[in-house]
Each structure stands twice: as C-alpha cells, then as structure tokens.
Write a protein that binds this ligand. Structure first.
Ligand code: BGP
Length: 457
C-alpha cells in the first residue's frame, strides 16, 4: 500500500546548537556542558566533547544545501543563549551574523526555519546563579527570548521556547545524568515550575508583539500499565502525571492536573509560586506543539515500599516493567514501539483540543555504523524500517483526524550527545570525526523520495 501525506506536510530533521555547532572556545561563554565535560570527561564516551562535534558553525552552507537536496522543506535548530549573549548581557555580533546567515541560507533554499530557544544548554554563569531555580534567571531567559525575536522574527515564523523541558529536571535534579547532578525532588519541581513560568512569559510577549507561531517541544512517553489491575493502572497514571502531564497540561490546558498537585501537597513537595502566576499559567496557550517520541514507558505497581528516608522520586509510585517480547534498539537500550506515536496523537486529539502538532524528533541511534558500509555508503536499512514503521502509524492518526503537520527525524547529521558523545549515530548523514566530511546514508536517499512525493511506499 501507498500512503499519501498532505501536500504541505513538513518534512525535515532537527538538531541543537550544543550538539552540532562546535567552535566552543573563546567564541561564546561556557555552558554547563562545556564545564561538565571538562570536569568529568570519563562520563562521556570516547572523549569527544561539544567542541569536537560536527562543526555546523563553519559548514552550515554545505549542510543546508544537503538538506535541500534531500527533500527538506523545514529544519529545526536551536539558538545558543551562551553564544548570543555574554555575561553582561551584551550581544555577540559574530553570533548574530552566524545565525542571520543560517536563517537566510535556509530561506534561500525554501527550508522553513523552526527555531528553538533552549535545548539543555544553560550558560554556566547562570547555572551558578541557581539556573531555573531562580526567578532572576527566568527573567534573564525572557530577556534573551525578546532579543532573539527582535533579531530574527522578521524571517522566523515558527518558534519554540524549550526542547524537552522535563529532561533537565530529571537529569539534573532527580536521576544524575545532567549537570548539576543533584538528587533533590523539591528543587527539581521548582525548576520544572519555573521553566513553565518562563515558557508562559515568553509566549505572552510573543503573542503581544508578533504574528507567527510559538510552541514548545515535549518528549511524550505513553505510559502503558502491565495489566488492567487497579494497582498497575494507578502506577501508570502517576507515571503519566510526572512525565507527560506535568508539562502538557499547563502548556495546553493552562492548569496542572489536580492529582499531581494533591500528590505533591501530600509529600510536601509543592514548589513556591507567586499569586500573579495563576493568570499567566491559565492564559497564553501555544500555537504549535512539537512531540519528540522515542520510546514508551511500561509501568507496574511498586513491589517494595520505598524506605521513608530515601530521597523522594517519582518512582516511589511505580516500577518499570520490561514487556516480554518487546522490540529493542539495543544500542540505546530503548524499546521500539511504533504504535506509541499513534497513541500520543489520539490522546492529543481527544484530550488536548486536537492541538496542531508535529513530530519534532524520532530516530534511531546506532553504534559502529561503519560496519554497514557498502560501496562507500552506510546502508542503514534498520533506520529506514524504523522511520517507515512510525510513519505508518502517524499516517493512520492523520486519517483519523489528528492535526499532525509534519515529521522531523533526529537528526540531520551525526552529532555529539549529552550522555554518550559520538557513540550512537542518528543522522541521515555520517560525519567523519577527523575531516568532518559528510556522507549521505541510504536513509537520506529514501527520505528524499518520500519528502518529494509525499508518498510512503
Ligand atoms: C532527545 C534530545 C536530543 C537527542 C536525542 C537522542 O532527548 O532532545 O538532543 O540527543 O534525545 O538521545 P541520545 O543522544 O541521548 O541518544
């Protein structure tokens, strides 16, 4: 069967500043990642840091031409706060020139720029002032957003405030996989709450002054219970509250789920709020939701009661469950469950006003792809299968009335990643780490055909 996608469907890929730009030394202030990488290089696979990554900073013209040649009509990038502004809030002219030219080059190639303001890359000096635990940093983020809009929104019509805002909360304040790697739920929820306030303030400003679209990118992980037993259902409900609805509900519905508030109240973990937040939260909905989907969560009732002295964590309320027979991406340790993308869309259709959305990330990281080279090209049939499987379900969601407007692969070219450096490769293009030479993989040719015809065969 051939599945036809709408004519104006957005096809493309996504990337982030810290992971692709390189050119970190002396040209920008340090981010938490530059800092952490120097502190604990052993945490990172094969000692490739954000400085040694794909060098988009110097090669964006070639990359954008490749995007065009391989069917992209849209591309998501992020701006680096640490590159655009220095510690005293002064504009870095070189950064402005760089982003201006990236945006102009995209537009010249008829590729719509989707611009994200924050992709995990907190400037270190602001983390030292408390990061998003601090209201002052929230205000500085709003200032940064205003500057970005004033510089680029004459040409950029699709903006995002944050990528996966829950990840720095989980990684930095609950489970120790991002800097500042503390385990403290109270601080975690304060960061989550302030990130939401920052998001809402920026949406308010944007809607007051500009007429493009503004949204946020959330990683949604459908949380499937092991069984229909009430204890499993309850476990998966709580998991969903923490990992999906803690951001999705305030973003789309303007309020936090009551069950979540009650639970945090019960454990004395409610964040500090201000009276004026209520209206801000209630209003200022988004225009466009980016959905990152990689894997579902499978959840069962807790088998042991957590020790009351152990630090409070969301998984006090559920255990993860490995479904027998599940399909895995063994390199990343993530389950592959294509139907999850459909379940997310149906949930958005039925419970979130059928909000306009697109798949802002989906993809497959694989180690040692060089072993798949034939005649100089990586034959990544596994990636084609992965995309095909997800698009089949996405197409079904579309037919069933979901407002899904596009699909972006993570990522355009292999890049540096937060926890495993250059180990798992996700790109349509491979990058030679020594020469920085780019080579299209088989999936890039397959995607080109799809994007240029809108037909999934
Ligand atoms: C998402 C992030 C991306 C990217 C991707 C792949 O959570 O938004 O920045 O890194 O995951 O994950 P990883 O690189 O950890 O394999």
């Amino acid at each position: 069967t051939t599945r036809t996608f709408p004519k104006d469907f957005y096809w493309g890929s996504a990337a982030s500043a810290e992971q692709t730009e390189g050119n970190q030394h002396g040209t920008k202030v340090k981010t938490i990642w530059d800092h952490w990488y120097n502190l604990e290089p052993n945490r990172f696979f094969d000692e490739v840091g954000p400085s040694e990554t794909s060098d988009f900073y110097h090669r964006y013209k070639e990359d954008i031409k490749n995007m065009k040649d391989f069917g992209h009509n849209s591309f998501r990038l992020s701006l680096s706060w640490a590159r655009l502004l220095d510690e005293s809030g002064q504009l870095n002219r070189e950064a402005v020139t760089f982003y201006n030219d990236v945006i102009d080059t995209l537009i010249a190639h008829e590729i719509e720029p989707f611009v994200n303001l924050f992709h995990f890359d907190m400037p270190l000096y602001l983390q030292e002032q408390g990061g998003f635990e601090s209201r002052k940093v929230v205000d500085l983020y709003v200032d940064y957003a205003k500057i970005a809009f004033s510089l680029f929104s004459d040409r950029v019509k699709v903006w995002f405030t944050f990528n996966e805002p829950i990840v720095p909360v989980e990684g930095g304040y609950l489970y120790d996989f991002h800097y500042p790697n503390v385990v403290d739920a109270k601080r975690a929820f304060q960061v989550a709450y302030h990130t939401m306030i920052a998001h809402k303030k920026v949406c308010a400003h944007y809607h007051d002054h500009y007429d493009g679209k503004i949204g946020i990118i959330l990683n949604l992980t459908p949380s499937y219970p092991r069984s229909q037993h009430p204890s499993d259902l309850k476990a998966s409900h709580i998991c969903d509250l923490f990992f999906n609805r803690s951001f999705l509900d305030p973003v789309v519905k303007g309020e936090y789920p009551e069950d979540l508030i009650n639970l945090l109240k019960e454990y004395d973990h409610l964040p500090e709020t201000k009276p004026e937040d209520t209206l801000l939260l209630k209003n200022n909905p988004i225009d466009f939701l980016g959905v990152n989907y990689y894997q579902p969560r499978r959840v069962k009732a807790k088998t042991h009661t957590p020790h009351p002295d152990s630090p409070f964590l969301p998984d006090w309320f559920f255990d993860n469950y490995e479904m027998p027979g599940r399909k895995m991406n063994v390199y990343r340790g993530w389950e592959i469950y294509e139907k999850g993308i459909y379940d997310i869309m149906i949930n958005l259709r039925d419970n979130y006003n059928n909000i306009d959305c697109f798949i802002s990330e989906n993809g497959m990281g694989v180690q040692n792809e060089a072993r798949f080279i034939k005649d100089g090209r990586i034959e990544d049939d596994y990636r084609i299968d992965f995309i095909y499987g997800h698009l089949t379900w996405l197409h079904r969601a579309l037919i069933e009335g979901c407002n899904v407007k596009g699909y972006h692969l993570w990522t355009f070219m292999d890049n540096w990643s937060w926890a495993n450096a250059y180990k798992n490769r996700y790109g349509f293009f491979s990058v030679d780490l020594e020469t920085k030479h780019r080579t299209a993989k088989k999936s890039a040719f397959w995607f080109k055909q799809l994007a240029e015809t809108n037909e999934l065969v």
